[in-house]
Design a protein around this ligand. Sequence first.
Ligand code: TRP
Length: 331
Amino acid sequence: MIGDKKIVFSGVQPSGNLTIGNYLGAIKNFSRFSEDYKTFYCVVDLHAITVRQVPAELRRRTYETLALYMACGLDPKQNTLFVQSHVPAHAELGWMLDCYTMFGELSRMTQFKDKSAKHSQNINAGLFTYPTLMAADILLYQTDVVPVGIDQKQHLELARDIAMRFNQAYGDTFTVPEGYMSTDTMKIMSLAEPTSKMSKSDTNQNAVVYILDSKDDVMRKFKKAVTDSDACVRYSEDKPGVSNLMTIYRAFTGKSFEEIEREFDGRGYGDFKLAVGEACADGLAPVREEFARLMADKKYLEEVMKNGSDEAAYYARKTMSKVRRKIGFVN
Ligand code: TRP
């Protein structure tokens, strides 16, 4: 607790190129938390180097990620926004927690297995201990709630196990965090293959709409979106393409499925796709403009990073002094 507020922490990879799926399904949720929680959102550059990075690109994407989250509505006055490597306690606690994490536990992580297969030339120790650094991120702030995608569930459970193990050995030290998995209500599917999730790394460029896509790109992608031969705008499980477009249209316009069905009653898919494209492009325009404005003002972004890491470091320091004392380090 900070004051009378529970604590939310989440980490985001500096990978840029977020999709409307990330936007509608996750990022919009982030800003909602700040009303009831003390929120920390961290660009996890230390995690990023577990796979090879081009230095200039890593640096640029760190700025971009911060700018994009702010452009999507995360206000730095209401949320602590910072960069992981600016608070050295993350790496420090990460090392300590490595010593309370078993080789076998880390070996069982499915993301480690997947990434080792994908980067077989670079199966480094950091890739292996990635989850303990993530546990350190979370436990450093005595986090209560961690909003993450379902793919991070196993890592979150490991963070809980590490916290409980440490508390068992030394008495109450860490808050045991709960995951907050975003529900499927906002699951956005690929425009080309509407039975699989929209993924930012899809090689088919028409399948994915990125938050920063131009209006022309957005319109072109929706025009090419896969539908069916039924020519009827109706939400139904056996119409995955049309249903996905309706979900997107609903998210950007606030109209219900019934209203959408009425609006396009008797009209073809061509009209409908244009309308979805327009609504999406209009919804993203302010985000894109704000992103461009922020990226043109590096000084301001650096000020946000600095204020964020100063504040984060203050809370991290509290946890670290407790941890050092418990472990038996000389003060
Ligand atoms: N591993 C997370 C991901 O790839 C990012 C992350 C790092 C994170 N540290 C975190 C998420 C702490 C939540 C809490 O998405």
